[in-house]
Design a protein around this ligand. Structure first.
Ligand SMILES: Nc1ncnc2c1ncn2[C@@H]1O[C@H](COP(=O)(O)OP(=O)(O)O)[C@@H](O)[C@H]1O
Ligand SMILES: [Mg+2]
Length: 308
């Protein structure tokens, strides 16, 4: 186990009672103080993975430690070190925000600490709603109450299972800012998402999961650099019916209506633009515009998932 691991998972498998294999040989270290995004399509095994770490689902085999505690042998200590915000919002609608969050702290056997609860509510912009009944809150506020509840017992690790599901763009942005602030305050964050934008925006590192297999774990920027493709688009003055034969050796693709040529290359490759322009000119092609674009995480992700 690495010294700076908040969570260590080795050889984790989960086969559900019906025989379905939901997780296959997962090995993963979550570093202390990072935001880690577990990215994968619906049904990939994200919730199952989180649930095994949180002790809600029993692993079939493998070993998990949370903050150094074995999740099976030292369950209570492991559970106390983490907070979980589940996919579904579930709270007592008639209880106040303050009572809900304070009560949750009590469930972990933690002594009362009003100053801490106040701090959590302020950080999540819920302080002015502390006496409000949960049912009177907006959806976004309810979700923040779920985060406050998960933080009530001062865990060092916070799991957010699909935090943006059903949350509109505005709220998503403010929630991201609050999650980042938590990370800056020293909380390790693991979130699951099938929103590529969310992983790209939030994470320090990304793990891509598909069909129960962790197919890639990398620093976000490394993923972008390694897997990223750049494209140069040549917008033509006159549409072409076909790509001239002299250009066939070039990695150029003519689009369907013949109005643009697309040149795709590795983001890190050294390319010779003037040589390409010379080739085009020799073939009688003079672009009226040229622009370049970088592949985003969505395209990278599709490539990865299709490759498995
Ligand atoms: N209790 C269960 N019994 C059998 N299969 C399950 C159970 N829970 C989840 N699954 C299956 O395991 C797979 C992974 O589910 P889940 O972890 O919820 O995926 P995700 O959170 O990535 O959408 C899905 O195919 C799902 O249908
Ligand atoms: Mg899920």
């Amino acid at each position: 186990m690495q010294q700076d691991s908040a969570i260590h998972i080795s050889g984790l498998n989960k086969t559900y009672a019906n025989g379905f294999g939901a997780l296959s040989n997962i090995n993963l270290d979550i570093k202390r103080g990072e935001i880690f995004a577990l990215l994968g399509p619906n049904g990939a095994g994200k919730t199952t993975l989180i649930s095994t770490v949180c002790g809600i689902v029993q692993p079939t085999s493998g070993r998990i430690t949370v903050a150094g505690f074995d999740s099976a042998q030292q369950y209570r200590a492991a559970r106390a070190a983490l907070g979980l915000v589940p996919q579904e919002i579930s709270t007592d609608a008639f209880e106040s925000v303050w009572n809900t969050v304070s009560f949750s702290r009590g469930l972990f056997g933690k002594p009362r600490n009003d100053a801490y609860i106040q701090d959590v509510l302020k950080r999540l912009s819920l302080w002015d709603k502390k006496d409000e009944q949960i049912r009177r809150l907006s959806g976004g506020m309810k979700r923040r109450v779920m985060i406050a509840k998960a933080l009530s017992h001062e865990p060092s690790i916070l799991f957010l299972d699909e935090p943006s599901a059903g949350v509109d763009v505005e709220l998503r942005k403010s929630m991201w800012a609050q999650v980042r602030a938590l990370r800056d305050a020293g909380v390790t964050i693991i979130l699951t998402t099938h929103y590529l934008e969310e992983a790209e925006e939030m994470a320090d590192r990304i793990g891509v999961i598909n069909k129960g297999k962790l197919i890639l774990v990398e620093d976000k920027h490394t993923i972008m650099q390694k897997m990223g493709k750049r494209q140069m688009i040549f917008v033509l003055r006159q549409p072409l019916a076909t790509l001239p034969a002299t250009l066939h050796p070039q990695p150029l693709v003519l689009d369907d209506d013949g109005s643009t040529l697309t040149w795709t290359y590795d983001a890190q490759a050294e390319i010779d633009i003037s040589a390409m322009l010379d080739q085009l000119q020799a073939a009688g092609i003079r672009p009226k515009d040229i622009y370049s674009r970088q592949s985003n995480l969505e395209e990278i992700f599709m490539e990865l998932v299709e490759a498995v």
